[in-house]
Design a protein around this ligand. Structure first.
Ligand SMILES: [Zn+2]
Length: 222
């Protein structure tokens, strides 16, 4: 076996644990109702209203943990469990998405960069592997280098994603506490839920960095 494969192992272990952690946090906190019985949709609406964003629609979207804020159409989409649920997980995730809407409205720099490069990066990351493989098969280093550069652009996107995600979660907690959607004693649980979710982004970045390092090593060896 190719020894550079071992570079991936620590990142794979980290990614495995991060995924297990977020699944268990979600399973735990989606089973704990918040004290005020507030649904995710209602929490999001309260946060949006108090930040002058009452014109941002909140829709229900299919799937589990499919919650997201769509900056292009200025729409918040929440999964059924989050939208209708009155758990700690529901209000935390809804508040996190509201955090993205706030970032967008405030012109938060990292989200601007992220949205600006997103379309280019999505093309680049789709082309990276085919170019790398073609370059290796044809023995054409130029193609391999181009593939590595395109792959690196996707890694850069993941780097910019980190402050966006962490900031959305800090904003979420501040809003949940400030608007008294959750009680002070529920704050710790909400933080654990959102921290576990944020860790999956760190793990994804670690995985990509390990892959990038491996590609560079393979390129220099051959
Ligand atoms: Zn997010």
């Amino acid at each position: 076996m190719d020894p550079t494969f071992f570079i991936l192992i620590p990142a794979m272990i980290f990614a495995f644990f991060a995924q297990a952690k977020v699944s268990s946090a979600y399973a735990k906190y989606s089973g704990v109702a918040n004290r005020k019985g507030i649904t995710g949709a209602s929490a999001a609406q309260t946060i949006l209203n108090s930040n002058g964003l009452s014109d941002v629609p909140i829709e229900m979207t299919p799937g589990k943990m499919s919650d997201h804020y769509d900056p292009k159409n200025r729409i918040m989409r929440l999964s059924k469990e989050v939208y209708e649920g009155d758990s700690i997980a529901s209000v935390s995730i809804a508040a996190h998405e509201a955090g993205h809407a706030i970032q967008h409205a405030l012109g938060y720099k990292p989200i601007k960069v992220r949205n600006a490069i997103a379309p280019i990066v999505s093309i680049a990351s789709n082309l990276a592997w085919p170019l790398l493989i073609a370059g290796i098969i044809l023995g054409f280093t130029g193609l391999v280098d181009l593939g590595i550069i395109l792959f690196a652009s996707a890694v850069f996107f993941q780097v910019v994603t980190l402050p966006v995600e962490f900031n959305a979660s800090t904003t979420a907690i501040a809003q949940l506490e400030g608007l008294q959607i959750i009680l002070p004693e529920e704050s710790g649980s909400a933080k654990k839920m959102l921290f576990a979710a944020a860790m999956t982004y760190v793990a994804a970045l670690a995985m990509s960095l390990a892959n990038l390092l491996r590609l560079v090593l393979l390129r220099n060896r051959n």
